[in-house]
Structures are given as C-alpha cells and as structure tokens.
Design a protein around this ligand. Structure first.
Ligand SMILES: Nc1nc2c(ncn2[C@@H]2O[C@H](COP(=O)(O)OP(=O)(O)OP(=O)(O)O)[C@@H](O)[C@H]2O)c(=O)[nH]1
Ligand SMILES: [Mg+2]
Length: 197
C-alpha cells in the first residue's frame, strides 16, 4: 500500500494466485465486467489463452478528496513460467487464492498453497488472503473443510473463505470486497509505509 498525501491517492495491490487452470483469469475478467471494464485488462498470454506472465488491470474509486487506485494482477499457473510468480507477488497487499475445487486436482491446490506461503515466511500470518473455492458449479468437488484443515486454517487470523463460480461471475465481487475489507482492517491496525512526495 502506498499513500501519497500530496496527490491524495492510495494505491493497493491485489493478486489472484492459485494452481494452473483454477480460474484466476476468469475471475479477474468477471470482476472487471462487474465494473464494465472487461476491455481494460492487459493480458500476457499464449495462443491457447493460458496466462504466460500475468493479467493486469486497475480499478479506481474517488471521493471529493482522495483517490483509491487498486492494481489487480493474476499469476500464471503454468509451472514452466513459475519464475514469474514471485515477481508478480512483489509488494502485494492481499491475495485471492483461487482454488480448483474439482476432486481430482485437490493435491494441486495444496502444492500451490505451499508455494504461496514459501514466498512470505512468517509474514504470511499478516498477509490478507481470501481463499476462493472456485468452480462451484461443477459436480465432483472436494470438501472445502478438508482443505482448510490440511493447511491449518485456524492458526491464521488474516484469512477468510468464499465460494465462487467465476464462469458465472458468482461470488467474485464478494471476494473482492472481502479482500479490500481485510486490507483496510490491517491498515487501521498496523503501521503503514507512507510515501510523501
Ligand atoms: N465450470 C467452471 N469452469 C471454470 C470456472 N472458472 C474457470 N473455469 C474454466 O477453467 C479453465 C481455466 O480458466 P482460467 O481462468 O484460464 O484459469 P487460470 O487459473 O487463469 O489458468 P492459468 O493462467 O493457465 O494458470 C477455463 O476453461 C475456464 O473456462 C468456473 O467457475 N466453473
Ligand atoms: Mg490465467
């Protein structure tokens, strides 16, 4: 988070992270279509529409004085490009962890979660995270409680969960509101990096 008092602007960075094909790009597209901005996402992707590096877009809210600019990224889930993931995560304020809820890819989610926490060490306990159990529209889903128990969900105070169907746009705006709420809650509770030009 960067607060610029002279320009009266606050910048926040949110990243959609998760295993390959879990629905990160579909989620950001659904979010931007909620704001009527679907055409404003910049995607670096292959001809097969798989994310190569990231998708990126911004959403801005403004009142009479202050501007809140939210920078939103997705990571690539393809392991061939995994070196790009820590780069995309740099200076992140909040993560939406997009789960592929299909039973047969349960392990992929665990591996991706382990990778995410490996980038943060102890600071993971302070990073706001929404775990989005995506693809709820499909049959043959694993039990979300099993996943949460396996990652020791209860030891974290900075994590909330949601159920989403990104393809239908369901739960996407709620996830976004939830991550913003967690980020701003942290802002009020902890010290901030304040940039004054
Ligand atoms: N049924 C269903 N399919 C979904 C949902 N979300 C995404 N998909 C499908 O899953 C596939 C992968 O979606 P993407 O959004 O490209 O996944 P991604 O996580 O960005 O994938 P990478 O960038 O390659 O890691 C596509 O065929 C989507 O249509 C969902 O909620 N339900
Ligand atoms: Mg993608």
């Amino acid at each position: 988070m960067i607060i610029d008092h002279s320009a009266k602007s606050i910048s926040i960075k949110i990243v959609y992270f998760g295993p390959a094909m879990s629905g990160k790009t579909t989620s950001i597209k659904a979010l931007f279509s909620e704001f009527g901005k679907e055409d404003e996402i910049c995607s670096i992707e292959s001809t097969l529409e798989r994310t190569l590096f990231f998708d990126y877009g911004t959403v801005t809210f403004q009142n009479q004085e202050w501007k809140l600019k939210i920078h939103i990224y997705t990571t690539t889930g393809q392991d061939f490009y995994f070196v790009t993931r820590p780069i995309t995560l740099r200076a992140v304020d909040g993560v939406i962890f997009v789960i592929d809820s299909q039973e047969d890819v349960y392990e992929r989610n665990l591996i991706s979660w382990q990778e995410l926490i490996s980038y943060f060490n102890e600071s993971i306990s302070k990073l706001p995270i929404i775990i989005a159990f995506n693809k709820q529209d499909l049959e043959e889903k694993f039990n979300s409680i099993d996943f949460l128990n396996e990652i020791n969900y209860h030891k974290y105070k900075n994590i909330d969960t949601r159920f989403t169907s990104a393809l239908k746009g369901e739960g996407i705006l709620d996830c976004f509101e939830d991550i913003l709420r967690l980020i701003l809650k942290k802002y009020y509770q902890h010290k901030l990096v304040t940039a004054v030009n």
